[in-house]
Design a protein around this ligand. Structure first.
Ligand SMILES: [Zn+2]
Length: 144
């Protein structure tokens, strides 16, 4: 038996590169040659194993599920950033106009400044809490 030629055909069949005529000859040979049948089984197992090792790459479907959530997080982060920057600039500008206004007395300035400072402190506290919660949530995701 000239098995060598059929070993090449088996390799080609696993790669899906076999002409109809080659396939017919190979199948005919396999029917009569247990050695080659066993060889082909081993080749298939090896190919499956290699295929399984390469599998952990994320599939396109996973990527489609994964990316929108990343975008959403980035968008939300950017949204919060812009909101905070905007609020800080407007409040700073208002405070600047208010403090430099010579027609307003020092006591009135103090009375109006106190609640503004209070609101700002609350805002900063909420933002810091949000940041800490966000970070622990990320750690939880890693642990899972
Ligand atoms: Zn053979």
């Amino acid at each position: 038996m000239k098995c060598g030629r059929f070993r090449d055909l088996m390799m080609a069949s696993l790669d899906g590169e076999l002409t109809l005529e080659d396939r017919r000859q190979l199948e005919e040979h396999l029917e009569h040659c247990p050695g080659c049948r066993q060889e082909l089984e081993q080749m298939k197992e090896l190919t499956d194993l290699v295929g399984r090792i390469e599998l952990p790459r994320p599939s396109e479907e996973d990527m489609m599920k994964y990316w929108p959530s990343v975008y959403a997080k980035v968008e939300r982060g950017a949204g919060w950033g812009l909101l905070i920057i905007g609020v800080v600039i407007w409040v700073g500008y208002g405070v600047y106009l208010f403090v430099t206004d010579p027609s307003v007395g020092a006591l009135v300035k103090l009375l109006i400044a106190l609640p503004i400072v209070g609101v700002l402190m609350l805002l900063i506290s909420v933002i810091r809490e949000r940041c800490i919660v966000g970070r622990t949530e990320r750690y939880k995701e890693v642990e899972r």
